[in-house]
Write a protein that binds this ligand. Sequence first.
Ligand code: SF4
Length: 357
Amino acid sequence: MMKNIGKISFKEIKRISPSQFYSMKNCAYKSLLAAAFENKPLLPISPNAYFGTVLHKMLELIANGVVQSENDFNRMFDEQVKAIEKSLQQQGYSFYVPLQKNVRDFGMKKILLKKHLRAVSEQPLKSGGVKYHSEKWFESKDKLIGGKIDLLIENRDETEVVDFKTGAITEDVLDDAGEVFSEVKEGYKEQLKLYAYLYFENMGKFPTHLSLVDLAKQKFTVEFSQSECSAIYEEAKRLLHSTNESIKKGIFAANPTEANCKYCLYRPACSFFLKHIGMDYSFNDVSGLVRNVVRYQNGNVSVFLQNGGKQITVTSFPSEKFDELNDTRNKQLSIYNLRKEATGFVYSATKTTMIYE
Ligand code: SF4
């Protein structure tokens, strides 16, 4: 079914979470659109991301002791997967169900997750004066920055802030000599430093360690100084203020780049992005005026769009889409999640393709 965006009513963002900060810093307009659409994405996320939420939830349940045995694990895992699949069906994304068939390394990730179970069951949650707190909420006194810390490990002298990640924690970067080396993603470092500041504001002292733990139980340490954490906290507050000011002034700015927009789920509502894809054809999304719609003998339907001087062809729509598409002649359409074909400006529809008028 064809979708429509309608008028966007922007809403003030009340609070930034540490996990959202880096994305907002890269494009604050994305956060404004997310708030305007009540965090309901306008496009399907990849099935791996939906599965990621299952994995993260399981890590939380293991960390807080709700899931202790292998039986608990299997039962809760199945429940979580079923809940996500039900919500996918309700959103009209049944093409991702069953998740097991659509997610990369489903079985391997489940096995890795179980290793966390063994580790926790081998070490009782409270032993030797060590306290474990999972999913603990911390917010700044002015309530402008807040979020849940996945796991806090405290003993008399030390406090470790742990954040679980179900995807890659590091990325390849180039050093000054042009050598490639692996480093913890900048966004994750800043997220943890914000948690450290929130911990300080609430507890009167900074944590001693900041760590990231992946699905394979590898731990990555994030070095930090107190002044760095304070500086990031101030930066986050300034960003929140300036973003909300843009609503009052009605003057918006965005940062359309491949890295920012590729996984942005609010692309259909972003006028900056739509303008950008009229010049940059590296995306799997197209926009233009519908010049022609053709149904071929094999039933496949193609749409021919014009964007500026460029003629764009989108093939492989199913036959039953013909009437709906044919009614859009001479209208502006934006089509997302396409496959790029070898021939220039030719794309084909996939099961996740979405069309916005
Ligand atoms: S599509 Fe790109 S420019 Fe537009 S809001 Fe999303 S990230 Fe920002």
